[in-house]
Design a protein. Structure first.
Length: 191
């Protein structure tokens, strides 16, 4: 088992271990791993495509859908962002924030992230920084980052953070849009 797959397996096992017995966050939900009890989301305050910095802790009051990826990704990252955007639109969560945290700080500047969002036709807040700033965030969320000769292998999860700043659910990026929308809609109703 490669280090990447071992880390992904560890992250999945950790998420499964954090799930407790209790009620789901929605009638047809959950479609991912629900953290019960939820835990405070690891916060960060880094340069963002919105101008200035994005402070996750200051996002309380808003549902945040967090995804880790990179702008030179040919398929998975833009597809996942489009998937998140479609789910937020389907769920009618106009105040929710889709946040994209880079795993490629060497190439992913603010300008590169803005161009990537425009090309992929998605709305998101792009976050970048130095590897030293980002590595603790990757670790806090269990994100595996493995540079390859022509690509970057990484874990592919969507993290749903409620309006109180708590990590509530971790979903695999291939969850259907309607399922993701149902979970996010249910999560938006949770206090």
């Amino acid at each position: 088992m490669s280090l990447t797959f071992a880390r992904i397996a560890w992250t999945t096992a950790l998420c499964s271990a954090l799930v407790g017995c209790g009620h789901s966050i929605g009638r047809d939900a959950p479609h991912g791993t629900v953290l019960n009890p939820p835990r405070p989301a690891a916060t960060f305050d880094l340069p963002a495509t919105t101008g200035g910095t994005f402070d996750l802790a200051a996002s309380k009051g808003h549902l945040v859908v967090l995804y880790f990826g990179f702008t030179h990704c040919a398929d998975t990252c833009p597809q996942t962002l489009a998937h998140i955007n479609a789910a937020l639109k389907d769920a009618r969560l106009t105040e929710a924030r889709a946040v994209f945290v880079t795993i490629d700080p060497r190439r992913d500047t603010i300008a590169a992230e803005r161009a990537f969002f425009a090309k992929a036709a998605v709305r998101a807040i792009g976050v970048t920084g130095t590897r030293a700033q980002l590595a603790p965030i990757w670790k806090a969320y269990g994100v595996s980052v493995q540079p390859q000769p022509t690509d970057i292998a990484h874990s592919d999860y969507i993290y749903a953070i409620d309006a109180a700043g708590r990590l509530r659910e971790v979903l695999h990026a291939d969850v259907p849009v309607v399922a993701l929308a149902a979970d996010l809609r249910a999560l938006a109703r949770v206090q």
